[in-house]
Design a protein around this ligand. Structure first.
Ligand code: FES
Length: 153
């Protein structure tokens, strides 16, 4: 009882899951679609590890119900690279060592992509402000900021 079809468009592909309406987008991605790049750090909107793009805008997927994203384009970390070619933000994170343990990295990168796309990468201060919802326990912040400024070009 209560299970319904939820149609999602993820990284350019139409996917349908059978799930209860209370299932979050994060759980839909990780548990139902096997897209485990988006991470569950807190499940409460406080760490940013679950950040994905919905119609190009970043969201905390742990705070978003999957049903709310039907008809929208969802982009996850798995959707950024084109075959072997990394997205410029991924390449910049590599170049600047924008991670240590890597757990927060998918969320950092998705937030970084939105930062540049939405025009919030004008200065290091602006980047830090935009990225303040993405927590890094290893404290790689200076490198993350440098990577985003580089990817902005
Ligand atoms: Fe969503 Fe922490 S897991 S913000």
């Amino acid at each position: 009882e209560g299970v319904s079809s939820i149609s999602l468009r993820v990284n350019g592909t139409a996917r349908t899951i059978q799930a209860e309406p209370r299932v979050t987008l994060l759980d839909a991605l990780r548990e139902y679609l096997d897209l485990t790049g988006s991470k569950k750090g807190c499940d409460h909107g406080q760490c940013g590890a679950c950040t994905v793009l919905v119609d190009g805008r970043r969201v905390n997927s742990c705070l978003t119900l999957a049903v709310m994203t039907q008809g929208k384009e969802i982009t996850t970390i798995e959707g950024l690279a084109k075959g072997e070619e990394l997205h410029p933000m991924q390449a910049a994170f590599l170049k600047h060592d924008g991670f240590q343990c890597g757990y927060c990295t998918p969320g950092q990168i998705m937030s970084g992509v939105a930062c540049v796309k939405e025009g919030h990468a004008g200065s290091a201060d602006e980047v830090r402000e935009w990225m303040s919802g993405n927590i890094c326990r290893c404290s790689a912040y200076p490198n993350i900021t440098a990577a985003i400024l580089e990817a902005k070009g």
